[in-house]
Design a protein around this ligand. Structure first.
Ligand code: CP
Ligand code: NVA
Length: 312
């Protein structure tokens, strides 16, 4: 069966099959090899980039991917447009859908991304919401596959705030692709049971597994250790409490030793705070693949746009 993603939005990987995600991973790797080739696949295409929250990688991945193939990216922060302020999200969606081929949205509510998708009539890409960061998870899987040759069956340990957008997206994509994910976090920051229940049948199908534990010794046998900031955007009021809860969960040399795997790699979506969720020697050390991972944001985002805009 050939995969056709034309017209699809990417709001969460829950909406995609493992086969579709694998197709996007293959396309991302192909796109990466074309780096030096001058393609013009986005000629005549304009994409609106809506940002309620700050971004370096996601914004630059979209802008550089579109721009280098002759497309047009229009950056719109909520200081610039009426999104939900003087105009309903539905009305903004209807207008943007008449002018743009696709819309990227980064912000607080997942429901905003869903409303944009429902009313615009064009593909909408979730560039991060409070509960999901799907384009990040695709780049993470690409980085694991590039390094190990595959991601299915690999043991991926996420250590930190287990209920945040990055952890939740890793859980979903792992369930779809057969990754053995372990979320290591204090009990107070465990992923919600609703998400785990939605993924439960997926593990059976893909052959992956999911373990949630507060025990840092669970990193034993890990192929990859992954962490993210302890305080996500929009949760700044929680910072002091987060540091208190997560201090024992820093990814550092001692934790790497507990993996008992000298080939274990380090991943982080970035931005990172050295000295909080990760020690400087780990993120800047030989086991760290964070710069490949950041670069892969661009290739995966380009692949998503090519596939959903029907340009492949
Ligand atoms: N990883 C990531 O989404 O980075 P930005 O917040 O810089 O976009
Ligand atoms: N969990 C982080 C991810 C940043 C890319 C946040 O939401 O701020």
């Amino acid at each position: 069966m050939s995969v056709n993603l034309k017209g699809r939005s990417v709001l969460t990987w829950l909406d995609f099959t493992g086969e579709e995600i694998n197709y996007l991973l293959d396309l991302s790797k192909q796109v990466k090899t074309e780096k030096a080739v001058r393609n013009k696949r986005f000629a005549g295409i304009s994409v609106a980039l809506l940002f309620e929250k700050r971004s370096t990688r996601t914004r630059c991945a979209f802008e550089s991917a579109i721009g280098e193939e002759d497309g047009n990216a229009v950056f719109l922060s909520t200081d610039d447009i009426q999104l939900g302020a003087k105009e309903t999200i539905e009305d903004t969606a209807r207008v943007l859908g008449r002018m743009f081929s696709a819309i990227e949205f980064r912000g607080f509510k997942q429901s905003t991304a869903e409303t944009l998708a429902r009313y615009s009539g064009v593909p909408v890409y979730n560039g991060l919401t409070d509960i999901f960061h799907p384009t990040q998870a695709l780049a993470d899987m690409m980085t694991i596959e590039e390094h190990f040759g595959n991601c299915a069956g690999r043991k991926l340990c996420f250590v930190g705030d287990g209920r945040n957008n990055v952890a939740r997206s890793l859980i979903v994509i792992s369930a779809k692709l057969g990754v053995k994910i372990t979320i290591i976090c204090p009990n107070a920051l465990s992923p919600d049971s609703e998400l785990l229940e939605a993924c439960a049948p997926l593990w059976l199908k893909s052959g992956g597994s999911c373990e949630i534990t507060s025990d840092i010794n669970a990193v034993s046998g890990a192929d990859a250790l992954y962490t993210d900031v302890w305080t996500s955007m929009g949760e700044e009021a929680e910072k002091t409490e987060r540091i208190r809860l997560l201090k024992p969960y820093q990814v550092n040399n001692k934790l790497f030793e507990k993996t008992e795997n000298s080939r274990c790699i380090f991943l982080h979506c970035l931005p990172a705070i050295r000295g909080e969720e990760v020690s400087a020697d780990i993120i800047d050390g030989p086991q760290s693949l964070v710069w490949d991972e950041a670069e892969n944001r661009k290739h995966t985002i380009k692949a998503i746009m090519l596939a959903t805009l029907g340009l492949v």
